[in-house]
Design a protein. Sequence first.
Length: 362
Amino acid sequence: MSRIPSLLTLAALTATLAMGCDYYGGGEMPVLDSAVGGSPSPPPSPSAPPQVQSIVPADGATGVPLSAGVTITFSQSMDPATITTANLTLSRAAGPVAAGVQLAPDQTTTTITPVSPLAGSTAYTVTVTTGATSASGLPMAADFTSSFTTGADIDSTPPTFAGATGATATGGSTINVQWAAASDNVTPAGQIVYRLYAATASGAQNFSTPTATTAPGATSFVLTGLMGNTTYFIVVRAQDSSGNVDSNANQVNATTNAPRSYLTHVWPVLNAKCVRCHKSGGDRPFWDTASLAYTNSVNVDAKNPDPAWKIVKPFSSAWSTMYDRCTPANLSGGFMPESGTPLTATELSNMRAWIDEGALNN
Ligand code: HEC
């Protein structure tokens, strides 16, 4: 049984995130360029404690659907090892609510997904303790709490739903899953949400924690962060606004594409366009050979002082300076190559996909 593997891998990365930044480059310190658009937005100072930037349902919200989960956005990248059910809780007067906690690959968006629907007309409290720390190891300044109240429970009949109709691999780490809209006795079709459960073995889905939950009314969804060259078996279930979920077990499956290859898709580009400056005796990072370029980049702290940036951060091109500095946004420092021919669109998209597929040494 396996769900999104990138979350596990991110947990394994925390050891490297804790490493100090050993290279500040004095006068060469890159300046974040706020004049250019695109994502990600310039990272905030890592020396400020992390804060909850937004929460859905909002503090004081009423009439919240019984199917709701909680989405919390932090002000900066968080340490995945601290985003746990011990530090992020959902509770009501009767006690804590069983729920799963997941930090998205962006490391700022966290979801709390209750195992069962919420109770009707009930006040709930979300708590984030100071045990939750930023990627740079700083705790929140104080415990955070927020409350909301659910709407009345007027419906106990699950939607009528035929389940998933198809799945198509769209890359080395993505699968598009499709279905026809469900119907419900109370909830309009446009308000029905869908839970996707993925496993790498037939019938091995864990129905207590969805791999992903869609926006209301969706009839397809792209699963991301999957392993390359791997078959996923996927069940989709429909959930109405009262939290009733149908129980179909119809599986569809698809096999992700072979992942991008470092030696085929990335190294030749570095060798042709970057190594003339980035080699021993020249400018860091040193990329003299394919294997040096790999070990001097993957999980290596970038010169940018925000520890969220790595030269290559597996599964996160958005926080990888190797990719970022070759894009027009170049949020982490000056545009690369400093002189010479910029990367072509194909070279850039291969580099991005290689990183987002886990930056394999392949
Ligand atoms: C003409 C020389 C030159 C070329 C070619 C060049 N770079 Fe650079 N690069 C530099 C210099 C100088 C620095 C240090 C100053 C800075 O950070 O901007 C640097 C810094 C970087 C950094 C920041 C390293 C760190 O420690 O965080 C990255 C990433 C980078 N380059 C990527 C590339 C990539 C990818 C290419 C090829 C597409 C490339 N560079 C081509 C001169 C070059």
